[in-house]
Design a protein around this ligand. Structure first.
Ligand SMILES: Nc1ncnc2c1ncn2[C@@H]1O[C@H](COP(=O)(O)OP(=O)(O)OP(=O)(O)O)[C@@H](O)[C@H]1O
Length: 265
């Protein structure tokens, strides 16, 4: 059970500010969805939280600043599934997912039976068991995305960072993946951070939502306070209606032009 905090985080790339004074607090077992328009800095924020990119400011996992952790210690605490990783085409699905066990395998040692069991279990839960021997170069986009997620889950870290985990998935697999992550969160107290373009999914699954816009936090809080028609119009330039579902969570619907009768243009 690890809370995650970010304080005053700024990142500059190629001389341009990409993140400016970003702060966030996620309680242990919480689920934060980071939303925002293209180029807002969502992936950059996740990369800094994963320790693969440096910024000014501080990221803490539990009580420990990320910058003070050795890579192996960090990998046991934080699992990260990037948006578009390059996958070695000749590696098998099982072999790639097994890489998630690296922080548990002794130097110069081999994986244990437990490492293989954990890997097989995750592949099973993601409908990938039948593809275990398949080479990564021979997978569909959605299958590849699930394999990247599998590797992160195999890591069994208390903090799970997922960059756009559902973009390539069909509706059934979107639901399967997000439900699995939610079950793990509730059962094992995982702290989850996902970037999500689908505001409907963010509203359904996240406990809190942060809206990033031009590298700054434009709003953050419960889904209903961030996913409003006004904020979505102002930051995405999108016309939507937002209603309340029976569970109190917002339902976000895109409104096509013909249907905007009586609405300001
Ligand atoms: N390697 C890089 N070098 C320079 N600039 C970069 C680099 N990677 C990203 N950027 C810039 O940083 C900004 C934020 O990019 P980032 O990928 O974090 O946005 P995002 O919110 O995840 O966008 P998207 O929704 O399109 O995935 C963008 O303006 C992007 O052009």
């Amino acid at each position: 059970m690890r809370p995650v905090t970010v304080r005053n985080l700024s990142v500059t790339r190629e001389g341009r500010p990409v993140l400016s004074e970003v702060g966030l607090d996620i309680p242990a077992g919480g689920w934060l969805a980071i939303v925002g328009p293209n180029g807002a800095g969502k992936s950059t924020l996740l990369k800094v939280m994963a320790g693969v990119l440096r910024g000014e400011g501080e990221v803490r996992v539990g009580d420990t600043p990320l910058a003070r952790m050795r890579p192996r210690e960090r990998a046991r605490l934080v699992a990260y599934a990037p948006q578009t990783p390059s996958l070695p085409p000749d590696m098998t699905v099982f072999g790639y997912a097994l890489l998630g066990r690296t922080p548990y395998i002794p130097y110069l040692g081999r994986e244990s039976r437990r490492d293989r069991e954990v890997t097989a279990g995750v592949l099973e839960r993601l409908d990938l068991a039948g593809l275990a021997a398949r080479r990564l170069g021979e997978l569909s986009g959605g299958e590849r995305q699930r394999v990247v997620l599998a590797r992160a889950l195999v890591q069994q870290a208390p903090v799970l960072l997922l960059d756009e985990p559902t973009t390539a998935l069909d509706l059934g697999h979107q639901q399967q993946v997000l439900e699995l992550v939610d079950r793990l969160r509730r059962a094992d107290g995982l702290t989850v951070v996902t970037t999500l373009h689908d505001l409907g999914l963010a509203a359904q699954y996240a406990e809190s939502v942060m809206l990033l816009s031009r590298g700054r936090v434009a709003a953050s809080g419960e889904p209903a306070s961030v996913l409003t028609e006004e904020l979505i119009a102002a930051h995405f330039g999108a016309v939507v209606t937002v209603g309340a579902g029976p569970d109190g969570r917002p339902r976000v619907h895109l409104l096509r032009e013909d249907a905007r009768v009586g609405r300001p243009r």
